[in-house]
Design a binder for this molecule. Sequence first.
Ligand code: TYM
Length: 345
Amino acid sequence: KSVIFSGIQPTGAFHLGNYFGAVRNWRDFQNRIERDNIDSKLLFFVADLHSLTVSQDFNTLYRKRIEAYASLLACGLDPHKATIFFQSEIPEIPKLQWILSCICGMGQLNRMTQWKSKANLRKDANIAEELGKVKLGLFTYPVLMAADILTFNATHVPVGKDQSQHLELTRDLVDVFNRQTKSDFLHSPMTLLAPTMKVLSLKNPEKKMSKSDSDEMSKVFITEDAKSIRRKFNKALTDSIEGKITYDPVKRPAVSNLIAILAAAEGKPIKTVAKEVQDFTKKELKDAVSEAVIKELKEPAERYNQLMKDPVGLDKWSRLGSEKARSLASKNLKVISHLTGMGWW
Ligand code: TYM
């Protein structure tokens, strides 16, 4: 039986990058599994423990977690079909993280790229001093991510490309664990790369669309109304190349980003859409993207607003999700702790 598993950090209501890059694909898995009657478990979670690896305002974090949970449901994940939970409610995860920390080498973590970019190391400063400031949690972030995956013994993990290196580490840790415990209990999880590319900032195609971007015009949230979506796409950066609209992510990243968003919203291959819009003006392309995105986000936006008005209902779903997740987690951790000579937790 396959276990499909993925998570997202609580940065508040989702933007188009979260939606097309991750959550819409999760919903598609959920719907395909139901339609084809596939025997598979689905688990999706808000990675709130991971969000502590960068500095947070704890007063707003609580709300952001709830907004992220509501966004998961608003985007079509159904708590009857999938287990949807908060990472921090599963104490088995940090337990497994400790076990994995004891088999993971510092060198393996040192090779990971994400902590280096998130730590904002100053190039001109004393390197030992700079490294001394890196928080342990940020450095060991991938071990926590491996613990998430292996607590549920996931077989498939749908993620964006930026997460593949962490999945490789997870598979390395599985090999070491299984070898050291002379077992084959842990599955080697497969990376399922999302079919939709990185969604880029509407104002700077060198950056991905990101919640932390201070330019409001660079990002579109799933909760935005039609007027605001039209305004943002109308003001989106394009380029000064004249003539036909072409898809060329290297030479025309901003225009290509708009084509890719249009393709994602219409559920068509990029190639097909690029052909359809080749004779459009840039204004017509922007209009087409706005209308397609408005249509795609209509339901999620409505559902999100309803869900946020019902905190008791949200709390009920998240409790149910945590209970289901804990029951699976504790079964797996019993075996894992027994295999590591710890007895039955
Ligand atoms: P996070 O929260 O950064 O992102 C969640 C997912 O969204 C994808 N993504 C994007 N895709 C396209 N365009 C964008 N602009 C964009 N921004 C984000 C990411 O690739 C990701 O798949 N470490 C993970 C969370 C996590 C996790 C896990 C995932 C924690 N434990 C275990 C899978 C399994 C993270 O920070 O994702």
